[in-house]
Design a protein around this ligand. Structure first.
Ligand SMILES: [Zn+2]
Length: 803
């Protein structure tokens, strides 16, 4: 039997008014206890409440933002109950005519759009705070009477992750609107939930209320725990008791607090001291004028208007301040893409280091724009720009003033640079001779000498150019990474590993290639494609990173095998896809210097010397250039064209994310260790009829944390209650933070279509990877695990992010 869960939230937000909702006491967090109180908020007999219109206005702003029907005349009721933190023994709230009803909020979760309906928004007063210290209970009434807006959703959510996501969206929203600081730790954003589980198709079950979830994480954990608890009871044939339960964050369980009273128990009756509140035109106009562009809309606009990537846009729009800062910088003349890169990268790093915020730092939008202008015009180069940014933070001066004062202007005069280069070459005969003889090792040393001679001010591109010209050589590092292309066929007819010496020799003086090419073969291992280990990948990654870092090559060629090419190409794409030089993988279906291997190799070299236009990772097979993602190797029997690689699903249209490999300082040993760990934690499984959960559970017990599941074509698998289904494994994994990334066995997009089975996969936290192939998803997983030490949640998030 399959079950369905229903989760609704009651979100409380403390409105950021100066004074309380029915009196003039200060509304603030952290003041000396019982200093912000008066006869009204402590419920003295005869004290009369008066409505704070600002609280009403902020409430209507939220209600309108949530697309609610606004109530023209809303009323207040007394909600009667006794509790020590409620000195009046009743709470002024809204019951019969809440200020907003029938709204909604749109979410995007795991690339799925979802509309969560809002039942109502109502304004009420907060209670005081009870603090338990040893045997004593202390009361602080400072919070009593603070305006609290309660937003009640319909039970449209299904799992803890969705609720957490909704709450985060809410936090962003109220911060954008400026109506609440959204601080869950200080209690200005709080949330209770109701959870029910029932047999699929049978509607809502018995509702259980969950309280005491004081962080986003606890909301997720508490709700998932409660869903599992109820499902267990139902599976054993039991019934759910309607009750209120508290989340115990120390034990990771919920505990029964009380059997739920019905709403009649509160004996609501109209508040006799407050007249109904009527919204007039002036009030509605003031609500209208407080509406702002919402985070999600702004993100989408940034993507289309400024051509930012989704990840950039999401980062910048997370806080209204940074989105405002970005737009002000663009208005001041900054190029949008550059401004985004700097804000996400170096600016963010400096803010962290100085424990500061954009608003409090010395960096203004105008200064950022000026810095980027100086960089774009060539007055400074990238490294000088970074130095200048740091100096803005410490000196609080304009970039122009800083580079003038410190003499940081870039040297861009080719004549001046040529003179310095010639000086350095003259002093280093041995290095020059070594390079002319074909050994490029001293190249980095020479560049370093030139930079030192100019105190780092020489334009690095000019230096590279002049050096290449003076030495009249163009270096193509050829990384020999196993496979048939570097192998040979033995006398017994077996394919055995080899090196590229002969292949390189056969193109050495090819008249169709530029005549100043010098090849350096770097042998990363003599093996066949199928013999690859994580250590081989580590050696390859390190070699590529070192060449990119030293800037000594205009492009790289990687000769590799066919069997695992789709994985290696994917891995390099995710790590180096945004490199400024071409990285070309090539392979051959034949061994030795056949026409096929020579022609493919030549084409790869041609692309590698092609410069910036050819930048990024690509593949050459059978002289055809192919994208590095979503490759499938196929042998077509009887075809005159022989075996071929084909590309699935137009790669690049779905998840273009590049997990940029920025850790060049990692040594090969560290890369190898990390990759080995990544591989140990990962498993690729193709779903087949009769597949048993127990097999996957054994893998989870053995330490597998991430699965790439190749599902059936419609994006589903067997999830019935049976030994021959995946259901138990998905549940078992979900409890242990194991993540399932889903691909399809067929070409086409995995569509979590309205099958009940995919619905269950979905609830179990499985993540659809769109049109990416299993090979591309697995290599992406390795890249993500290699470049970060994050937990399951962050890994899942990085896997999904599109840039
Ligand atoms: Zn008061």
């Amino acid at each position: 039997m399959s079950y369905r869960s229903f989760v609704g939230l009651e979100i409380h937000i403390q409105l950021a008014t100066n004074t309380k909702v029915f009196c003039n006491c200060r509304a603030a967090f952290g003041d000396e206890p019982n200093t912000n109180i008066c006869p009204v908020c402590t419920g003295y007999p005869g004290a009369l409440p008066a409505l704070n219109e600002e609280a009403m206005r902020l409430s209507y702003v939220v209600a309108q933002t949530l697309h609610c029907d606004l109530t023209p005349a809303c009323e207040f009721e007394r909600k009667n109950y006794f509790y020590p933190d409620l000195p009046k023994n009743y709470q002024i709230s809204q019951f019969s005519a809440p200020l907003g009803t029938n709204g909604y909020i749109d979410l995007e979760f795991h690339k799925k759009k979802k509309r969560v309906r809002i039942r109502e928004c109502h304004l009420e007063e907060d209670a005081g705070k009870m603090i338990h210290a040893g045997d004593e209970s202390l009361l602080d009434y400072n919070r009593a009477g603070t305006p609290l807006l309660e937003i009640v959703t319909e039970p449209d959510l299904e799992i803890g992750e969705e609720a957490e996501h909704l709450l985060q969206e809410f936090r962003r929203l109220v911060r954008y609107l400026g109506v609440c600081d959204g601080n869950m730790e200080e209690g200005s954003l709080r949330c209770d939930a109701n959870v029910s589980v029932n047999v699929e198709g049978a509607g809502l079950g018995t509702k259980v209320e969950i309280k005491n979830m004081n962080s986003f994480r606890f909301v997720r954990k508490a709700l998932n725990y409660e869903i599992d608890r109820q499902q267990d009871i139902l599976e054993r044939g039991g019934t759910i008791v309607q009750e209120t339960r508290l989340w115990n964050e120390n034990r990771d369980v919920s505990e029964s607090m009380r059997v739920k009273e019905s709403s009649n128990d509160y004996r609501y009756f109209p508040e006799p001291d407050l007249p109904p509140f009527h919204t007039d035109d002036a009030f509605l106009a003031s609500v209208e004028s407080a509406l702002v562009e919402l985070p999600r809309d702004r993100m989408q606009r940034f993507v289309s208007q400024y051509e930012l990537s989704e990840a950039q846009s999401e980062f910048i729009c997370d806080e209204r301040d940074s989105a405002d800062f970005f737009e002000a910088a663009v208005a001041a003349g900054a190029a949008a893409g550059e401004a985004a890169v700097w804000l996400m990268g170096d600016v963010q790093k400096l803010l962290h280091r100085t424990d500061s915020t954009l608003a409090a730092s010395a960096l203004s939008p105008e200064r950022l724009a000026e810095l980027l202008r100086l960089l774009a015009s060539g007055r400074i180069h990238g490294k000088l720009a970074k130095q200048t940014l740091e100096a803005i933070f410490t000196d609080d001066k304009d970039p122009e003033a800083i580079i003038t004062e410190r003499g940081w202007e870039q040297i861009t005069d080719p004549g001046a640079i040529a003179k310095i280069v010639d000086g350095v070459l003259a002093e280093n005969d041995a290095a020059v001779a070594q390079i002319r003889a074909g050994d490029n090792k001293p190249h980095g040393f020479l560049v370093g000498q030139v930079m030192r001679a100019t105190s780092g001010r020489a334009d690095p591109k000019l230096v590279q150019g002049v050096l290449a010209e003076r030495l009249s050589l163009n270096f193509i590092p050829v990384l020999s990474f196993g496979g048939a292309i570097s192998g040979r066929t033995s006398d017994e007819g077996m394919v055995v590993p080899g090196n590229l010496e002969n292949l390189i020799a056969s193109v050495q003086d090819d008249p169709t290639l530029p005549n100043n090419l010098r090849y350096t073969e770097l042998e990363l291992g003599q093996f066949l494609s199928e013999e690859i280990t994580p250590r081989d990948w580590a050696a390859l990654i390190h070699a590529i990173a070192a060449h990119i870092g030293s800037g000594d090559a205009s492009g790289l060629v990687v000769a590799t095998g066919t069997d695992t090419l789709a994985y290696t190409a994917g891995l390099l794409h995710w790590l180096f896809g945004d490199a400024s030089v071409p990285i070309v993988l090539t392979a051959s279906s034949t061994t030795g210097e056949t026409e096929e291997s020579v022609e493919s190799f030549k084409e790869a070299v041609r692309i590698a010397v092609g410069g910036a236009g050819a930048a990024g990772v690509s593949v050459v097979f059978a002289s055809q250039r192919l994208p590095a993602l979503n490759l499938k190797f196929e042998r077509v029997p009887g075809s005159s064209d022989g075996p071929a690689f084909r590309t699935w699903n137009a790669p690049g249209t779905s998840r273009r994310t590049v997990a940029l490999y920025g850790n060049v300082e990692l040594d090969p040993e560290q890369i190898a260790t990390r990759l080995e760990d990544a591989v140990k934690q990962s498993f690729v499984a193709k779903v087949f009829p009769g597949m048993q959960a127990s097999s996957l559970i054994a893998l989870i017990d053995a330490g597998v944390r991430y699965f790439v599941l190749e599902l059936y074509d419609t994006g589903t698998a067997n999830l019935r209650e049976s030994d021959f289904s995946l259901r138990a494994a998905i549940e078992y994994g979900h409890e242990r933070d194991v993540v399932f990334f889903c691909t399809s066995q067929q070409e086409g997009n995995v569509d979590f279509s309205p099958y009940i089975t995919s619905h269950e996969l979905w609830r179990g936290g499985a993540i659809p990877m769109g049109g990416l192939t299993t090979e591309s998803v697995y290599s992406r997983l390795l890249a993500v695990l290699l470049t970060g030490e994050a937990g399951a949640e962050q890994v899942a998030e990085r896997m999904e992010r599109s840039e």
